[in-house]
Ligand binder design. Structure first.
Ligand SMILES: NC(=O)c1ccc[n+]([C@@H]2O[C@H](COP(=O)([O-])OP(=O)(O)OC[C@H]3O[C@@H](n4cnc5c(N)ncnc54)[C@H](O)[C@@H]3O)[C@@H](O)[C@H]2O)c1
Length: 268
């Protein structure tokens, strides 16, 4: 299904993005590995024989240039995967992250998806085909304890993906939003060598789910199947869901060795 297709992945110098780039390369796609960190992108691209391009997804002109350069090298873009992301946490209370950190979360997790859609949609609509994949998070459906800016902006990312699907599925454009829980990547101070157990999965697991989910054109790609149960509980008994999240937070504060978000997966 992806043989010969032109695929762009942002934030692909590391973690989930790198794993998705590798997975598409194995499928025979023409992949562009893009990242803010050019050296990291070049290293992944070299490994899989792909194109490496630097792009800061916060800057609309950077995304427009990325699209132009990929089109010049490989022809029209079939799949654009907006994956770049970050997690900064919050120093104290739920509003304590600085305004700059909130803005950064908004720019990287939401506006980058808007800029990508703006850059590729006109051509995809004309062609009557294309696929937009936005990597959000289970935090965009549920919540990330200890990071209100991450949770709020990932919710916005899910909402924007819904708008894309509602508006553009009839133009022949497919849309998926990827919502994992904890994945062993540098974002959580882990890497591909980290032993994954319980609710912690590998970046490769996520990439395989993305490929399989896209083959079925699933809107929600949920690498952790339990997320759909939590979403159903949140929708049907919100008070019970909030009570469960408060219990989880108390348990984490009581029992976590370092109090860092990278420990959270041990508690769910
Ligand atoms: N690791 C997890 O537990 C987890 C869970 C759910 C969702 N996610 C999401 O998955 C995506 C990938 O995260 P990851 O875990 O692989 O993290 P990672 O830190 O391994 O990789 C993120 C990549 O994004 C790049 N990046 C950051 N800001 C950028 C910018 N402005 N422009 C371009 N590139 C930029 C970084 O250089 C890095 O290579 C993110 O959107 C993240 O929110 C991660």
């Amino acid at each position: 299904m992806f043989e010969g297709k032109t695929v762009v992945v942002t934030g692909a110098g590391s973690g989930i993005g790198a794993a998705i780039a590798r997975a598409f390369s194995r499928q025979g796609a023409k992949v562009c590995v893009s990242d803010l960190n050019l050296e990291a992108a070049q290293s992944v691209a070299k490994e899989i024989g792909a194109l490496a391009l630097q792009c800061d997804v916060r800057v609309e002109d950077n995304i427009a240039a990325l699209v132009k350069d990929v089109e010049a090298a490989h022809g029209p873009i079939d799949v654009f995967i907006s994956n770049a992301g970050l997690a900064m946490g919050e120093p104290q209370h739920a509003a304590s992250a600085s305004t700059e950190v909130w803005q950064l979360n908004w720019d990287v997790h939401v506006m980058s998806h808007v800029f990508a859609a703006r850059a590729v949609l006109p051509e995809m609509i004309t062609r009557g085909s294309g696929y937009l994949v936005n990597v959000a998070s289970a935090a965009g459906l549920l919540n990330q304890i200890g990071d209100a800016a991450y949770s709020a902006t990932k919710h916005a990312a899910v909402s924007f993906a819904e708008s894309l699907a509602i508006t553009h599925n009839d133009d022949g454009i497919d849309v998926s939003v990827v919502c994992p829980q904890y994945v062993a990547t540098p974002l959580l101070s882990m890497n591909d060598d980290t032993e994954v157990t319980g609710s912690l999965i590998s970046a490769e697991d996520v990439a395989n789910c993305v490929i399989e989910g896209m083959k079925k054109k699933e809107f929600f790609i949920l690498p952790h199947p339990q997320v759909s149960e939590f979403v159903a509980l949140k929708a049907t008994d919100h008070a019970r869901w909030v009570a469960g999240m408060k219990d989880l937070r108390r348990k984490f504060l009581r029992e976590s060795e370092c109090g860092d978000l990278k420990e959270m997966h041990k508690f769910i």
